[in-house]
Design a protein around this ligand. Structure first.
Ligand SMILES: [Cu+2]
Length: 139
């Protein structure tokens, strides 16, 4: 599974386990199912990553690298987190730039050539947090 799809995979797993829970008639599932199935507006407010710059597994030219993560719904940049993981495993939080669009997260960094992973955590307007990772290289 490509890393960019981890977030979506997690959400799909979540939906599948909700289905299982519903079959077992666990009452707690009812409210969640309601949100997922009966109130699509809320389900869609869950922030899924649609695409990113850099794209997953892309190689970009440094040293200036601009990040843009595009979601399917509005994200709260003040409560979303972007972390850069370097090839040797060090983590650096990235300061978020002003959002160009309410559904995007933006940041930038000056990076040496190497392999990196951009780790993201997004808070959507429905209060749900989604996470994922985008591996990329700088040359
Ligand atoms: Cu949600």
């Amino acid at each position: 599974m490509k890393p960019i799809q981890k977030g979506l995979g997690a959400v799909m797993l979540e939906a599948r386990s909700l289905e299982k829970m519903a079959k077992r008639r666990i009452p707690a599932a009812a409210g969640l199912l309601c949100a997922v199935l009966l109130l699509p507006a809320i389900a869609f407010a869950h922030a899924h990553l649609l695409s990113s710059t850099p794209a997953a597994n892309a190689t970009v030219h440094g040293p200036e690298v601009a990040f843009e993560l595009r979601y399917n719904s509005r994200v709260d940049a003040r409560h979303s987190v972007l972390t850069l993981v370097t090839g040797d495993g060090r983590t650096e939080p990235l300061a978020l730039d002003r959002q160009g669009n309410a559904a995007n997260l933006n940041a930038h960094a000056t990076l040496k050539p190497g392999n990196y992973t951009l780790r993201w955590q997004a808070l959507s307007t429905d209060g749900h947090i989604t996470r994922g990772e985008i591996p990329f290289s700088v040359r």
